[in-house]
Design a protein around this ligand. Sequence first.
Ligand SMILES: [Mn+2]
Length: 318
Amino acid sequence: MTGFYDVFNGDADGICALQQLRLEEPRASVLVTGVKRDICLLERVEAGAGDELAVLDISLAKNAAALERLLAAGARCRFFDHHHPGEIPAHPNLKTFIDTAPDVCTSLIVDRYLAGRQRVWAVVAAFGDNLAEAARRAAQPLRLDSVRLAKLRTLGECINYNAYGETIEDLHYPPADLYRTLARYRDPFDFIVDEPVFEVLKSAYADDLARAEEIAPEMAGEAAALFVLPDAAWSRRVNGTFANRLAAAYPARAHAVLVKKRGGFVVSVRAPLARPFGADELCRAFAGGGGRKGAAGINLLPEEDYGRFCTAFRAAFA
Ligand SMILES: [Mn+2]
């Protein structure tokens, strides 16, 4: 029996990429997804000859072994993504649509594939992926006024917000459920007006941010500020957005947002927007640290390394 598998990142880009594809190619499929950070999704798929996979918005490099296994078993795969793919295997059953340009997200790649037929969802996704310029450019032929554009932006941000958390339990909706709800609407403006899920996400997002904004910094100077959020689902949902907002509000300052967790902290670092480098170097000096120059993190900073981290953080951005 032939099976269809839709394997997608649980963020706005992954969900809206699938939305576009399935509006054009409706079919019942097995949905494989998770929280945003859960990107090794192909290892969960058992498929073989006659099966078809659509993979959306997860890195090929991080799924290479599972992809090889599935291709060898005879599955056919279309792979749409914008992360660095590593070496792309040459296989007759694999078609890749990969573009790592910084102003491209997976939904814009799917938009290209579908010749723009579900463009409005690509606009939602680009806003959700923090590519506001690309979103506005993609929206031009749709001739939306600024009010409607702002609505699409809010929708993208809300769908994206729902993907943040350590596990599915932290989220308001499992991403597969959110996709199934979205899939009932061809038009995002109908979703915005008619779907209660939209209001739930919008107000939950505002609540989480308001809670974060009540937290006093552990340390705040001209050059750097450090915040510690409690071990709670809302902290895990909103810490990345909170760090980005701090960075935008204080562009000359570096920020560290720590979330308490058993045994230590999950760390997000944002270099000053005015001098966006050094975050990766700082984090790599600690076990489980990594990221990009402007934004980096540490998976688990042990409790006893807190003081050492504070000193290194201050020194890195003094
Ligand atoms: Mn993406």
